[in-house]
Design a protein around this ligand. Sequence first.
Ligand code: SAM
Length: 211
Amino acid sequence: MKRHPLERIVRPQVLDACCGGKMMWFDQADPRAVFIDIRRETHVTDSRPGRKELVVDPDHVASFTDMPFDDGQFSLVVFDPPHIIRNEARGWITKKYGVLNGDWKAMLRDGFKECFRVLRDGGVLIFKWSDSNVPVSEILALTPEKPLFGHKSGKKMGTHWIAFMRSNKVVATEGRNPALVCSRGVVGNRKASVNIVDDRGIESLKILPLD
Ligand SMILES: C[S@@+](CC[C@H](N)C(=O)[O-])C[C@H]1O[C@@H](n2cnc3c(N)ncnc32)[C@H](O)[C@@H]1O
């Protein structure tokens, strides 16, 4: 794919972590974005009405579980992984969207982790999920990060668009004295290790629930 000449001097700020046919994009060669997918392939259209050729042509063939990018490189990541559980992609829909098989929960968990790794502090993750096979609540449980808000779309309102913001800061209040803003490192499902600095400047490490 021909890239915009500006891309050589301006590092893209947006990552599409599994771009497929880029159907959601207004400009499929938007120079502000970099596109990855696990495959590069073309499926020739069949003759039925409304079915076009599907071209999956990412900038890089790479997995969202192990992305070839630096920590904190992007301001915005969009993550629209496959949502249909099948052994293989046979029909048009699964060719278009891909399939979930094997240990797909571990794959999505690693995908979320990578999305947050490559986001800068304050960067936004837009997560898209269709709950035709698996309810979105089961998928949100795969990341310790807390979503901000979401929206449902589609004829059956089964497609969720959910926004997260990467933040290394939590404000914790412990005991009588409000603690200062501390750095956060996630240590487990919905728990954070928090470096508390009290009003006398004494530091202590605590494990706090994120909710
Ligand atoms: C739901 S589709 C994305 C559709 C896309 N957002 C669009 O607008 O057309 C999911 C895509 O994830 C890709 N995919 C599946 N596993 C992946 C992985 N581990 N890393 C990167 N991409 C993956 C599939 O090849 C498929 O193209």
